[in-house]
Ligand binder design. Structure first.
Ligand code: PMP
Length: 410
C-alpha cells in the first residue's frame, strides 16, 4: 500500500551519497524534501505562465493569477476551509502567527486581558504573544506539562476561569516531543469563555488530516516547507468573520481599495493581508505538494509514520544511554533524545559523517528544554520517504558515537 521505494524515486536528493554513504534523511521536522512533481510544477510555471498577479490584463498575467488562485483553492480544500478566501498566503507559520498577533491581537486586546500559551510552543507561537502582551499590558499565562509530559489541562481550565482570556495560542503537535495536543477540546473550552484560538499546525499539517471546520479553529498556521513544498510559502486559515473585521498587517500595493492623498481604505480579504507581490511560484509549488499528499492519502501518511515511529522507539529504547523525551503517545513521527552526556552537536556531527541527518539544538523551544532540564537534544524526524533501514542506520551510527566518545570499548 505504502511503497517507500517508489516514493523515494520522486526524491533525487535522497538518492545521492553524503560523506560517501547513502543519505538517511531524518530531519523532515525542520524541512521536508521536495518531490520532482513539485519541482516540475514550479519550473513549468516559470516556463509557461509567469507574470505578476491580479493586475495585468494580458494573458500571462491571467495565467499567473489563475495559478495563484487555484493554489489557494487547493490549500482551502486540504484543510477543509469553507472558502478559498479563508486562506491567506504567508511566508510560513511564523509570518501567519505574527499576522494574527499584530492584525488581531494588537487591536483587540486591552490592558488586563489574558493570553494563554503553552510550554511546548515553538518560539514562533510564543515570542509574538510575549511582545503583544507587553505592548498592550495584557497578561500571559503558560500552561505547563504534567509529569508524563502532556499539557496540564486542569491548569488550562483554571487559567480560562480568569475571566479575561481573549486569545489561546497552542500548537497541534510539538516540534520537540512530537506530542499531539487535544486541540479540539482546547478550542471548545476557549470558545466557552469567548476566547479565540490560534493553532500552530506547522508540525501537524504535514502528518495529520486537518479539518478546520471540525476543529472549529479560529486561526490555523502552516508552513509549506515541512509538507513537501518549497520554502518561503505557507498560509494562515482564518474564520471569515474574524478576517473581515481585521485591520491589515502590512501595508502597500495590492492590499488597498482606494488610495487618496492622505488616506486609504483596504481591499477585501484575503488581498487585504497580502501586501506586495506574493510568492506566486511558491504557491504553485505548495499546491503541487498538496496534490502529492492528497494522492498518497493523509490517513496512509499517518499510518506509515506510526509504524516507523513504533519501530524507531523500540530500537532506540534498546540503545544503552539513550534517553527519549516525551510521552510515547499520541505523537507524530519524531523522537528527541540524548545519548549519555555526549553533546547533541557532537552526536549529530558523527551521525552526519555516517550519512545520517538529524537536528541538534533547542529547536526554537527553549522553555520546553528548560523544563526537560536539557540544554539541547537530538531530534530524528520521519516522513513518507523514510523506511526501517533509515532507522537501522541511525542506531548503528549511534553505536559509532559511543565508540568514539569512549562509552564502548573494543
Ligand atoms: N511552529 C512549529 C511547531 C515549528 O516546528 C516551526 C518550524 N520549526 C514553526 C512554528 C516555524 O515555522 P517557519 O519557520 O516555517 O515559519
Amino acid at each position: 500500500m505504502f511503497d517507500v521505494k517508489e516514493i523515494k524515486k520522486d526524491f533525487p536528493v535522497l538518492q545521492q551519497e553524503i560523506n560517501g554513504k547513502p543519505v538517511a534523511y531524518l530531519d523532515s521536522a525542520a524541512s521536508s524534501q521536495v518531490p520532482l512533481q513539485v519541482v516540475d510544477a514550479m519550473s513549468q510555471y516559470y516556463a509557461t505562465s509567469h507574470s505578476n498577479v491580479h493586475r495585468g490584463v494580458h494573458t500571462l498575467g491571467e495565467r499567473a493569477t489563475s495559478a495563484y488562485e487555484n493554489a489557494r483553492e487547493k490549500v482551502a480544500r486540504f484543510v477543509n476551509a469553507p472558502l478559498p478566501q479563508n486562506i491567506v498566503f504567508t511566508r510560513g507559520t511564523t509570518e501567519a502567527i505574527n499576522l494574527v498577533a499584530y492584525a488581531y491581537g494588537l487591536h483587540k486586546l486591552q490592558e488586563g486581558d489574558g493570553i494563554i500559551v503553552t510550554l511546548v510552543e515553538h518560539h514562533s507561537n510564543l515570542v509574538p504573544w510575549q511582545q503583544i502582551a507587553k505592548l498592550k499590558g495584557a497578561k500571559l499565562y503558560m500552561v505547563e506539562l504534567t509529569e508524563e509530559g502532556h499539557l496540564d489541562m486542569e491548569q488550562y481550565q483554571a487559567f480560562l476561569k480568569q475571566g479575561n482570556i481573549k486569545i489561546v495560542a497552542v500548537t497541534q503537535a510539538s516540534n520537540v516531543l512530537g506530542t499531539i495536543t487535544p486541540v479540539k477540546e482546547i478550542i471548545q473550552a476557549a470558545h466557552a469563555v469567548g476566547a479565540v484560538v490560534v493553532v500552530d499546525a506547522a508540525q501537524s499539517a504535514p502528518h495529520l488530516k486537518i479539518d478546520v471546520q471540525d476543529l472549529d479553529a479560529d486561526f490555523l498556521a502552516v508552513s509549506g516547507h515541512k509538507m513537501l513544498g518549497p520554502t518561503g510559502i505557507g498560509f494562515l486559515y482564518g474564520k471569515g468573520k474574524l478576517l473581515d473585521a481585521m485591520e491589515p498587517f502590512q501595508l502597500g500595493g495590492s492590499m488597498i481599495g482606494l488610495v487618496d492623498y492622505y488616506e486609504s481604505n483596504w481591499a477585501e480579504v484575503p488581498a487585504r493581508f497580502e501586501a506586495g507581490t506574493p510568492n506566486i511560484v511558491g504557491a504553485v509549488g505548495l499546491a503541487a505538494a498538496v496534490d502529492y499528499l492528497t494522492d498518497l492519502g493523509m490517513d496512509n501518511v499517518r499510518k506509515h509514520e506510526e509504524e516507523l515511529l513504533a519501530y524507531a522507539w523500540n530500537r532506540l529504547a534498546k540503545v544503552e544511554g539513550v534517553e527519549m523525551y516525551g510521552p510515547r503517545e499520541p505523537r507524530t513521527g519524531l523522537i528527541a533524545f540524548n545519548l549519555d552526556d555526549t553533546h547533541p552537536h557532537d552526536v549529530s556531527t558523527v551521525l552526519d559523517a555516517e550519512g545520517v541527518a538529524v537536528r541538534a539544538g533547542h529547536h526554537c523551544a527553549q522553555p520546553l528544554h528548560k523544563w526537560l532540564k536539557a540544554a539541547a537534544t537530538n531530534r530524528a524526524s520521519f516522513y513518507i520517504y523514510n523506511d526501517e533501514q533509515d532507522i537501522d542506520r541511525l542506531v548503528s551510527a549511534l553505536q559509532k558515537v559511543k565508540e568514539m566518545f569512549g562509552y564502548v570499548t573494543r
